[in-house]
Design a binder for this molecule. Structure first.
Ligand code: BMA
Length: 345
């Protein structure tokens, strides 16, 4: 793995992804004549309604490269409306097979927790590989929403760690490597309801149990209205030679409800609470039927990204309208060029 001080990076021309090659990741070229910084997979949604028995909506979910293919942890809302987490496996990152039973998390004392008997709900997972272990972060019920944390080494057995924070908090997202010897997590402190506020904070830990040295990263603000209500981290920050690339959800409130768009920012590699650049407009906003129509209209909610370090390709997985799972694409040089031009000055 490269480090920020790697001379190979300072000698390179143009920003690069600091990532392994992933030639089999999902990919489509930008359509001719399209000048947007991101473009949608032509066959979205990749996961439609009712993808397996007992699953009404699978969305806001997380995927990683796994054993030559892909694996992930998926949010499934069942018929009683409660969300739980399921394992999915895929050869191409687009067509998924799901475990029909929710994930069982082993506790430190050997007991197992599962489903509504032990959890009120579990939703919006992220999966972040750090030093070869797959960490799972999700919004966990602990007298209200907070950040649940666990890990797996095989997508068969899952171990649960302590909740990272006291309620209320959502959108826990780990960085994919330690920084200065610390695990680093972004999160969005919130209320117990539908949260009419939300800023992104950063916390550090040496053991994934005790979290502290909290820093403010950025808040709902900026020119225009699209990100004026709340914002929250999306996929794990993507390491590039120019900084950590962060896709995030950004929310505004209109007379018909909330609208969730996707924004992009660049954080300092060594001091990731420092924002180097932040877009003055969204890179994706609800337009397609699988974003504007569903359980919650007008929601784009990114939770995962795959990258190919060889070609600079990036695929972002996002929930649509709290109902569908979708993919959108960009390239590292395109998105950083766009950010440079469209940064808040
Ligand atoms: C957020 C979370 C997400 C959801 C979004 C839009 O607060 O609950 O799971 O996608 O609202 O409803």
């Amino acid at each position: 793995m490269h480090t920020p001080t790697d001379p190979a990076l300072t000698a390179s021309t143009g920003p690069k992804l600091i990532a392994s090659a992933l030639p089999n990741m999902p990919w489509q070229e930008r359509p001719a004549g399209d000048n947007e910084p991101m473009w949608r997979h032509a066959a979205n949604p990749i996961i439609d309604r009712r993808p397996f028995p007992g699953a009404d909506r699978v969305y806001n979910s997380a995927v990683v490269p796994w054993k030559g293919g892909f694996a992930g942890v998926f949010r499934n809302d069942g018929r009683n409306g409660l969300p739980f987490l399921h394992v999915g496996r895929s050869a191409d990152g687009l067509a998924w097979d799901f475990d029909h039973e929710p994930i069982l998390f082993r506790q430190a004392d050997g007991s197992i927790k599962q489903g509504s008997a032990d959890y009120g709900y579990q939703y919006d997972p992220r999966v972040v590989p750090i030093d070869g272990r797959q960490y799972v972060i999700w919004c966990n019920d602990f007298h209200g929403p907070t950040i649940g944390l666990g890990y797996t080494d095989d997508f068969e057995t899952f171990h649960q760690l302590e909740n990272a924070f006291v309620p209320f908090n959502r959108n826990g997202v780990l960085f994919p490597r330690k920084i200065d010897g610390d695990y680093v997590m972004l999160s969005r402190p919130s209320d117990s309801g539908h949260t009419p506020f939300g800023d992104i904070y950063l916390s550090r830990s040496t053991d994934l149990i005790h979290w502290g040295r909290h820093r403010y990263v950025m808040g709902a603000s900026g020119p225009g209205w699209w990100q004026n209500l709340k914002i929250g981290a999306g996929p794990a920050p993507i390491e590039t030679s120019a900084g950590w690339l962060l896709f995030y959800h950004a929310v505004t409130k209109l007379c018909n409800g909330l609208v969730y768009s996707m924004g992009v920012a660049l954080l300092d590699l060594n001091e990731p609470d420092k924002v180097l650049m932040r877009g003055d407009g969204y890179v994706l906003t609800p337009e397609m039927p699988y974003e504007t129509t569903g359980l919650t209209p007008n929601v784009i909610f990114p939770c995962a990204a795959l990258c190919d370090g060889e070609t600079g390709r990036i695929a972002v997985y996002y929930g649509g309208a709290d109902t569908f799972t979708n993919v959108a694409y960009t390239r590292i040089e395109l998105i950083l060029d766009w950010l440079e031009v469209h940064r808040i000055r």
